[in-house]
Design a protein around this ligand. Structure first.
Ligand code: PLP
Length: 350
């Protein structure tokens, strides 16, 4: 079967369904974000100027503005990288992970090699599986769809001169470890690793999927090549306003509080799921979703839809298959109601 790399959770959501398929947080927008966004509408006659937002994002990560490229969502960064680095000889994607990096590479004409991490190993990264001569490597951390958070040191070990190492940290702001002040395994602030490019998204935690805003952080000598592959004025003025607001100390502190709450809600979901017979939770979930495996998950997904719940199918992720689903972390009441319905679906099977 050919895997549909272009399938995404948003197509699983339908009218009247409780959405456990898309990992975008839906909460009222805080005033520190909505005010500058609304104010930016007064400036729409001018072409966007990314300088202030770039400086704000650089400051947030302790980097130089020359090491920041704002993009129309992290999704645009995959395309920019794939197009700008057409000269790469051996592109490798570590799966299971978000499918757009591979799709963007293929669209740009790259032959793509897959490194498959194994469920039996908790989808832990094994750096020795990445071919030593690969000069373009994509890995997600934490990884969508497995929710596994790899140690930063193991990802860092993949960096080397002559290789561009792309770490998709779209969900890093959802990770949390008690006693650790920032994001536990992020490489966003690392300037010492050769060829390291870190991708970030502002669409998940801040509910801005429709606005399209993200960025990449990387070596100053690489970024002009990437910028040259980006369409002119790629990031709109409202998206730039959002990037500036989300880089500020108020936003970063709020992000940590949201991540702490999410961790408690995730623990609750995982605890409840562990009591569902024949169901396994992948790895040690660390992000805004969990991946689960049980026989006939593909059929259960259809039955769940009939009972009002949309979950993300697992079979379009290389390395997973029809026995997998991805479930978004929600508030505990939603989780309880969902797990009750899932349990009933499985119990009523012939
Ligand atoms: C792991 C991962 N990376 C990147 C993206 C792209 O995010 P956006 O383009 O909305 O910033 C997504 C979206 O679902 C994702 O799941």
């Amino acid at each position: 079967m050919t895997i549909d790399l272009g399938h995404h959770g948003d197509t699983e959501v339908g009218a009247g369904l409780v959405d456990l398929a898309v990992n975008v947080r839906r909460e009222p927008m805080p005033a520190w974000l909505s005010a500058p966004l609304r104010a930016s509408l007064d400036d729409l006659a001018a072409y966007p100027d990314a300088a202030d937002a770039t400086a704000a994002v650089a400051a947030r990560h302790g980097r130089d503005p020359a090491e920041v490229l704002l993009t129309a969502g992290a999704a645009q960064a995959f395309v920019v990288l794939a197009q700008a680095l057409r000269g790469a000889r051996r592109a490798v994607v570590v799966h299971p992970q978000f499918t757009e990096p591979e799709a963007a590479l293929r669209n740009a004409g790259h032959p793509v090699e897959r490194v498959l991490l194994r469920a039996e190993d908790g989808f832990r990264l094994d750096p020795t599986l990445v071919p030593a001569d690969s000069d373009l490597v994509f890995v997600g951390n934490p990884t969508n769809p497995t929710s596994v958070l790899h140690p930063a040191s193991e990802i860092a070990a993949l960096a080397r001169p002559g290789r561009v190492l792309v770490v998709d940290e779209a969900f890093s702001d959802t990770t949390y470890r008690a006693g650790v002040p920032g994001e536990p395994e992020s490489l966003a602030g690392r300037r010492d690793l050769p060829g390291l490019v870190v991708l970030r998204s502002l669409t998940k935690t801040w509910g801005l999927a429709g606005l399209r805003i993200g960025y990449l952080l990387g070596p100053a000598d690489l970024l002009p090549r990437l910028a040259a592959a980006q369409p002119l004025w790629a990031v709109s003025t409202p998206a730039l306003a959002a990037a500036t607001a989300c880089a500020g100390p108020v936003a970063v502190a709020a992000e940590r509080e949201i991540a702490a709450r999410l961790a408690a809600e995730r623990d609750h979901l995982v605890r409840r799921l562990r009591h569902v017979p024949n169901l396994t939770v992948a790895g040690d979930p660390a992000a805004a979703f969990v991946a689960v495996r049980f026989p006939g998950a593909d059929k259960a997904r259809v039955e769940l839809r009939e009972r009002g719940y949309a979950v993300r199918r697992g079979d379009t992720f290389p390395g997973l298959g029809p026995d997998w689903l991805r479930i978004a972390v929600r508030d505990t009441a939603t989780t309880d109601a969902f797990v009750d319905v899932l349990t009933a679906v499985l119990e009523e099977r012939p």
